[in-house]
Write a protein that binds this ligand. Sequence first.
Ligand code: FES
Ligand code: FES
Length: 170
Amino acid sequence: MHFTINGAPREAEPDIRASLLDLLREHLGLTGTKKGCDHGQCGACTVLVNGRRINSCLTLAVMHQDDDILTIEGLGSADTLHPLQAAFVKHDGFQCGYCTPGQICSAVGMLDEVAKGWPSHVSGSLDAIDLNDAEISERMSGNLCRCSAYPNIVDAISEVAGLAPSGADA
Ligand code: FES
Ligand code: FES
């Protein structure tokens, strides 16, 4: 099978039962994507497929022939952090860091959904999204953090979205 992973062509012959998460971690060595629950509950495995965020544990690798897959390794590097990575560092958006790759990939997808005008469960209007803490929390609710860094994660995302961090939690 052929994939584009982090901008580069990759080939693999995954077992037909293998999840995309296991393909990334076990066969392609991309261990930045984390396995938390392995059944769609925690968001640690979030990656972007053709620009949309998905739980990579819930999709079979064989469903992704020719897909464009972006993982945390493709977003930035230690020397050149993605703006969200830099904001997570600045705002202390993590403690153990296990959920962080999924949080950041999810936030990339979430901000794109907002830019496209897709409403969430808490949007007050279908015509204009007022991105605020409640919107960000709702839209990121599929990404759990056992260290409970939620206020700082929201602040980091707020900054990248061009909002003033609430600061209420500081
Ligand atoms: S490992 Fe995929 S949602 Fe938890
Ligand atoms: S930083 Fe530890 S689980 Fe989120």
